[in-house]
Design a protein around this ligand. Structure first.
Ligand SMILES: Nc1ncnc2c1ncn2[C@@H]1O[C@H](COP(=O)(O)OP(=O)(O)O)[C@@H](O)[C@H]1O
Ligand SMILES: [Mg+2]
Length: 469
């Protein structure tokens, strides 16, 4: 007898210790978007890898465990590497479907256990590669890059060509503008030069004019001085005659005086000495007169000092009237005229520049003598050339009125006779400056006025007024 106890635990009895063989039977794939479900089946005999296009990405794996005992009770577990995180217990289910697998490489692993739970861990594998669509392959990317790069390059090249062309146009425009501007500038410069030279010419012309005016004024002075000289010569002649006569007589008287002194006739000596004294006084008087005349002439030719002083208009008018008259006669022996003077002996002295007022008088007198003389040459014999000079005080002004019975002033030139250089006299006889200078002296220099009244054919009247309060 066996003395041993045989214990038996039915649970420990593995009635089926052999693990089942497992294999992937087939792989079915289709396009999940295709409703017609055009399926393709690969019999997985001796095939372990399948590559599928990107759109054939619904994949079903059919697998089977081979076991001789109760194969229907086999259990399975599977995992799609790169997709499932872990093994998935499929129990007795023998297929699994993956919808929409992304492009990539997957390894389908499946293992099986027999009805007693003995696992075949080795299992079976099947590799599925879902291809990328062509447009996401590397060469497609290269193509994209190339195409994009070319496009960018083309665009840049196009833009830069456009820019260059545009720049060229701009440059041309700028060049044209610049050219135009520089031309305009040159023109401006030349205009400016022209203007400058014209201005210089004008300035020169102005200077010339001033010089000419100065010269003309001087020649007017000289002309009137010329007229004066003749009068002066005549004036000086008179006192000189006195001086000569009295000195001759004095020489004789001295001889007589010597005789009477030798004879001892004291009474006669004293009488002769008295005569001599009288003679010498007369000589002195006439010498002084001649001296005054010469001084007056010098004053006339000098430029005026512009210094106003109390001036006796009666004396001044008398002096210049005589000078003008004799000057006229010296030039034209046939000249003669009646002089009518009406002086106001009570007239107070006028504050004036004597040389200047003298010059005004001389010109007005000369003008008057000139017209009456001209008229006398053509008028009937009964014509009596007459010049009247009146001096009077009237309402705060001293009036010097010079009236002639000459030809008068035609209306057409009345407005012009005061203008400088206006003259109706032949060249050499008039400068046309007398009245304009007179106007300046009277109006601007003395605050006075010159009025002209004239009737053509009958005569003229020049009324010079000077303020005199
Ligand atoms: N008393 C006058 N009678 C007529 N005309 C005169 C008289 N005084 C001046 N005139 C006119 O006025 C002009 C200008 O005179 P004036 O300025 O003194 O210059 P000028 O005596 O050198 O001609 C004279 O040429 C003359 O035509
Ligand atoms: Mg004159």
């Amino acid at each position: 007898m066996f003395n041993s106890v045989l214990s038996f635990n039915p649970d420990e009895i593995k009635s089926n210790p052999v693990a089942p063989q497992v294999q992937v039977e087939s792989v079915v794939y289709s396009n999940p978007k295709n409703t017609e479900k055009a399926e393709h089946t690969i019999k997985a005999v001796n095939v372990t890898t399948t590559t599928l296009p990107y759109d054939q990405n619904r994949v079903t794996f059919n697998y089977v465990g081979l076991h001789f005992v109760n194969p229907a009770q086999n259990k399975y577990a599977y995992m799609l590497e790169n997709y499932d995180k872990d093994w998935i217990q499929a129990q007795t289910q023998r297929s699994v479907t993956y919808n929409n697998l992304a492009p990539g490489s997957y390894i389908f692993k499946v293992k099986a256990a027999n009805s007693d739970g003995v696992w075949n861990n080795k299992g079976a594998t099947y590799r599925i590669i879902i291809e990328s669509p062509w447009w996401s392959r590397w060469w497609a990317w290269v193509l994209y890059i190339v195409v994009f790069g070319s496009a960018v390059y083309g665009f840049i090249a196009y833009r830069s060509r456009r820019l260059i062309a545009h720049n060229k146009i701009l440059e041309e425009r700028i060049a044209i503008r610049t050219h135009q501007l520089s031309e305009a500038n040159e023109e401006l410069h030349s205009k400016q030069d022209e203007i400058t030279s014209q201005r210089d010419q004008l300035a020169e012309a102005f200077d010339d004019l001033k010089a000419a005016q100065k010269q003309l004024i001087q020649s007017e002075k000289m002309a009137s001085l010329g007229e004066l000289t003749a009068g002066i010569a005549h004036e000086i002649q008179n006192p000189l005659n006195f001086v000569n006569n009295f000195s001759e007589v004095s020489v004789e008287l001295l001889e007589e005086l010597t005789e009477e002194a030798k004879a001892g006739h004291n009474g006669d000596v004293i009488a002769i000495a008295g005569n001599l004294t009288q003679n010498l006084q007369k000589i002195q008087h006439h010498g002084k007169r001649a001296d005054a005349i010469v001084k007056g002439m010098l004053q006339h030719s000098l430029t005026t000092s512009g210094h106003k002083e109390p001036t006796d208009l009666n004396l001044l008018a008398n002096e210049y009237l005589r000078l003008a008259y004799h000057g006229m006669r010296a030039k034209d022996k046939s000249f003669s005229a009646e002089l009518v003077t009406d002086f106001d002996e009570k007239l107070s002295k006028v504050n004036a520049v004597p040389q200047d007022i003298g010059r005004v008088m001389l010109n007005v007198f000369n003008n008057a003598f000139y017209v009456v003389n001209q008229k006398a040459k053509t008028a009937r014999p009964e014509y009596k050339p007459t010049v009247e000079v009146r001096i009077a005080q009237q309402n705060g002004s001293a009036l010097i009125t010079v009236k002639d019975n000459g030809s008068g002033i035609p209306d057409s030139i009345k407005d012009k006779i005061m203008q400088p250089f206006f003259t109706t006299k032949p060249t050499g006889e008039g400068t046309g400056l007398g009245l304009s200078l007179s106007y300046d002296i009277v109006v601007k220099g003395h605050g006075g006025d010159i009025k002209i009244e004239s009737v053509e054919g009958e005569g003229s009247e020049f009324i010079i007024s000077l303020p005199n309060n």
